[in-house]
Design a protein around this ligand. Sequence first.
Ligand SMILES: Nc1nc2c(c(=O)[nH]1)N[C@H]1C(S)=C(S)[C@@H](COP(=O)(O)OP(=O)(O)OC[C@H]3O[C@@H](n4cnc5c(=O)[nH]c(N)nc54)[C@H](O)[C@@H]3O)O[C@H]1N2
Ligand SMILES: Nc1nc2c(c(=O)[nH]1)N[C@H]1C(S)=C(S)[C@@H](COP(=O)(O)OP(=O)(O)OC[C@H]3O[C@@H](n4cnc5c(=O)[nH]c(N)nc54)[C@H](O)[C@@H]3O)O[C@H]1N2
Ligand code: SF4
Ligand SMILES: [Mo]
Length: 750
Amino acid sequence: MSESETATRLRICPFCEATCGLELELRGRLVAAIRGDAQDVFSAGFVCPKAVALRDLDADPDRLRAPLLRRDGRHESVGWDEAFEAIERGLRPILDAHGPDALAIYLGNPTVHNTATMLYANALQTAFRTRNRFSASTLDQLPKQVACGLLFGTSTSVPVPDIDRCDYLLLLGANPLVSNGSLYTVPDFRGRARRLRARGGRLVVVDPRRSETAAVADRHLPIRPGTDALLLAAIAHWLFAEGRVRLGRLAQWCAGEERLAPALAPFAPARVAARCGVPAREIERLARELSDAPRAAVYARIGTTTTAFGTTASWLVDVLNILTGNLDREGGALFPKAAAFAANTQGPPGRGSGLRLHRHRSRVSGAPEVLGEFPAAVLAEEIETPGAGQVRALLTIAGNPARSAPGSARLERALAGLDFMLSVDPYLNETTRHAHVVLPGPSPLEQSHFDVVFPQFGYRNAARYSPPVFPLARDAMPEWQILLRLTGILLGQGARADVAALDDLAAGLRARAATAAQGSPIHGREPAEILAALAPRRGPERLIDLALRTGPYGDAFGAREGLTLAQLEAAPHGIDLGALEPRLPELLRTPSGRIELAPELLLRDLERLEALLGEPQPELVLIGRRQLRSNNSWMHNLPVLAKGRPRCTLLVHPDDAAPRGLADGAEARLRSRAGELVATVELSSGIARGVVSLPHGWGHDAPGARLEVAAKNPGVNSNRLADARALDPLSGTSVLNGIPVELSAAGGRT
Ligand SMILES: Nc1nc2c(c(=O)[nH]1)N[C@H]1C(S)=C(S)[C@@H](COP(=O)(O)OP(=O)(O)OC[C@H]3O[C@@H](n4cnc5c(=O)[nH]c(N)nc54)[C@H](O)[C@@H]3O)O[C@H]1N2
Ligand SMILES: Nc1nc2c(c(=O)[nH]1)N[C@H]1C(S)=C(S)[C@@H](COP(=O)(O)OP(=O)(O)OC[C@H]3O[C@@H](n4cnc5c(=O)[nH]c(N)nc54)[C@H](O)[C@@H]3O)O[C@H]1N2
Ligand code: SF4
Ligand SMILES: [Mo]
């Protein structure tokens, strides 16, 4: 396309879970404007201010266009072959001498937003047999996945509020007006909440801060951080005590209900009220409203998962949806049915192998394995502690643990001491600056897009595919090919492995699995026939087509009418697959074929929860917050988002500020068991007394990083204060909200 030619292209936004459809106006190789795609079947034109940052990301001069190799402490651009040869030279001796566990992998959040990494990190992971797998999941949503895995049998069977049809929505520890939803793919939460209220429904938000979502709710209940599990247990207690438990049609599929009431006995509203900071009558009112509402749903997110009782709180959320009969019914909390890749649409319906947890423990502190990974919080100690099994090399893909993981000062020191580190990442940032080799994928606009994960949490079922907007830049390598070349190295095929052959292998394995699987619509057919039908597609498109055609709406390769990738290509605004519908019992994959309402692990955790009632309350605790023009740690280099007043401020209630002599704009010292920092105070009466809030993902003043825009407004890294030892023991997820801190003045006004 010449510089003067204009065109319009559609692309799903890769930045957050809302997955909005965008319309891009192009001028030659440049993006002139970005709008919402009004005809998108899923997002109907909604966008947030981050959408336009796609243009800045595409154009960012700091975005790496070629691999980097570290020589004498400096990163230099090199060609792809040289980079892969350096990886082979760096990695091979470590693996040969110390075995597979010497190489750890950390997968960051954008892995899930990128089709190529999502589909090909798997092949890579099977090629190396390390136990040392880490990801941002243990800084985020793993508690919910563990809870849902125990309840329903697969860790991605997460029910979502049927917001467009419900009458009462209770949100805890989530701020979808800013985050745009998480484990809940729901563009335009604001509009939907407005319509919910307009039709007489109610929205109630439980949050220590009067968040943007709380501000548009019918009621906001501030809570002491880390105590949601108590509050939820008390609501369930009330339902039992008042004879309000109404399982309805769910009763036939539930197991263990009789064990709940006795286990919840210690959690009467009056008993938990003081610890939660929520009056007993308010807890009872919540319970009554939830019980009275014709159609209601409870939803909770990161303010509840990244706490010491994350798994138990996540479990109790769905226990409430079940006890009120709202699970799996219209207007309640329903399970999406994704068109492809969903574990709960595979295998024989109604029964499965369930979840296996805590199969082994980490070497140094004995942290549990959960869903095949260890807590990100123990990565540093696994690197720094000598002995058999020590981590000596690290591969990061789309992650910035130096800013996103707790105890980050120690982690950075550990990264600097690795024998070899390799990052697949488009930026030289706080983490990747420690890498010996950095491999950048191309601009998202040069790669196709199909959401592998988020339709599994959609407010509505839909399937959408975006082809690449621009042709691949000269010298760029598609990210799926980068990952396959790394796979080749791990498989011992050397730095110049045949990518096409490895891709055929990956597709062949999936085709064989699909023809072998019980319950698959192509069970018993010849893999060769399936692969022939997929030709001439290659790369991600071949895997997507296979998954769609063997998925619940698929054409089963001609055996029935149904979806194919070709149909999605012909429907650029997507294909709507309808409102969510009940899926029980077909969705279940527990060994018993039932909803396991009272798993032993969780019942036992209620004893630990009861002990919380007797523990002293910290005087002051730190929580995080998200901001509309920021996305975790990595979008602060994009001018359209970076402009405006500094956002990395410490929210302090005036009543907490005054006795410490802190005025608005003052510099304050914040100290925790793990570390300390100085941050700028922003007085706010919207935050509860005894709570302060600092966003995470800042601290862009590290030497050796290449983030020119971000470095002008670096902010401070809140994870210096998060304690790597503080975990939810069930899921291995870090406590990132409710960190005990001390606050004092750090000197004069700025
Ligand atoms: N703009 C923007 N959007 C994002 C992101 C971003 O960084 N910026 N990040 C994305 C990611 S990776 C994720 S995981 C999602 C997260 O999405 P959400 O879970 O919606 O995340 P937050 O906006 O941080 O909202 C969490 C809320 O929990 C509150 N909270 C803190 N501690 C507690 C507590 O103990 N109890 C209760 N009840 N509430 C508490 C906080 O005050 C905050 O309002 O957002 C995604 N979307
Ligand atoms: N204190 C505190 N800490 C937190 C949180 C909190 O609320 N409070 N939230 C936690 C949560 S929910 C999350 S998800 C984590 C996030 O933690 P991480 O996933 O570790 O970090 P991100 O900040 O998302 O950094 C993403 C990295 O991916 C790179 N990247 C972006 N796009 C691509 C791509 O397409 N391909 C590749 N290969 N790389 C790409 C970026 O350059 C950046 O290096 O942070 C967690 N940390
Ligand atoms: S809400 Fe914003 S960042 Fe999220 S997908 Fe939509 S446009 Fe992108
Ligand atoms: Mo996240």
